[in-house]
Design a protein around this ligand. Sequence first.
Ligand code: NZQ
Ligand code: ZN
Length: 385
Amino acid sequence: MLNFELYNPTNLVFGKGQIEKLPTLVPQGAKILLAYGGGSIFKNGIYEQVINNLKGFEIVEFSGIEPNPHFETLMKAVAIIKEQKIDFILAVGGGSVIDGVKFISAAVNFEENPIDILQKRLLIKENAVPFGTVLTLPATGSEMNSGAVVTIEATQEKLAFGGSALFPKFSICDPTVIESLPKRQLQNGVVDAYTHVMEQYLTHPHEGYLQDRIAEGILQTLIEVGPKVVENPKDYALASNFMWSCTMALNGLIQKGVPSDWATHMIGHELTALYGIDHARTLAIIAPSLYKVMFETKKAKLAQYGKRIFNLEGTEDEIANEAINKTVEFFHKMGMQTKLSEYTEDYSKTADFIVNRFEERGWKGLGERQNITIDKVKSIVEMSY
Ligand code: NZQ
Ligand code: ZN
């Protein structure tokens, strides 16, 4: 097993009705920026619950953080925090609102141009404004990790950043919030979390036996509850297991001591930046092609995955191939379309565009062995058409 440090200071407050603990979790006397998205929290009553539980606190609201949050929007919140001397941020929303708040938190005390946080991918280790979250959409794991992804509208770039100062102080995860989610977002959540596990699991065989078993447990749970929770989000057993699986998929635990890939995400982010395709759906487009193009380096792990998750039998090659088919089947069952041409007619130059961008950024080799070269990225994207 590789050496590792495990640091996760987020106080995860999980379960029905836990929002009542909000006044004890927010620092006493804090002036709060309440940040949220396009208004779903008004329709499902979460806004009211938050406000009722924060009586006596001074609150300034910042609304309109869009899905795949924009740098340009977030900078408006940075200005408000500076002007109004706000000392705590509460993110109420899904991954986009939480990621947006991570950027705001990092940018307020950043001395250079905050766009560098994204374009130079700087690590934020100090001077962040403290924040907590009320999660409304299980998917990204952002509620219990220190990473985020922000889009620069002006350049159509979607860039990841993070750092140890960007863990939420607390996250309230009440599984009943999923009752108001549209089917499409429930499907997205399952597939995003599934792919997070795959990015950290589907590499090559290693000595992190326990990490593999935990990862497989999350995959099996998502396969078991995913299709059902989409149909019945009011079932608390399904909702709570779905929500906890999403958090566990990307709170850092399963990636400790093992290699990880993340190329599906890096390529997928480009599809969102270019075409606005939902994050999870970009992963369902790219992942199967990536497994095929990188078959030789991934086949041992694909075979382990095929045996343990789908009970497949045969030679290593047969199991590995069939495991990819089973993954696509699962994505289809979760309502995903898995080809780029199913989302846009304007796809023929996508591979060249992405390859150029990666070259400009100096991304010459992605993946657990850094052998997903520019040529391989081109093949993966073209195979995804
Ligand atoms: O904006 P509102 O009105 O709140 O509506 C949102 C939004 O339109 C709606 N929604 C959220 N909770 C709801 C609800 N509607 C009804 N009932 C509720 N309870 O859902 C829509 C999508 O929300 P969004 O936050 O964009 O979705 P998600 O949580 O999937 O986040 C996606 C973003 O997270 C990034 C993605 O790249 C994307 O930008 N990721 C962040 C990661 C991280 N921080 O670790 C890792 C992921 O791989 C991912 O890249
Ligand atoms: Zn993701």
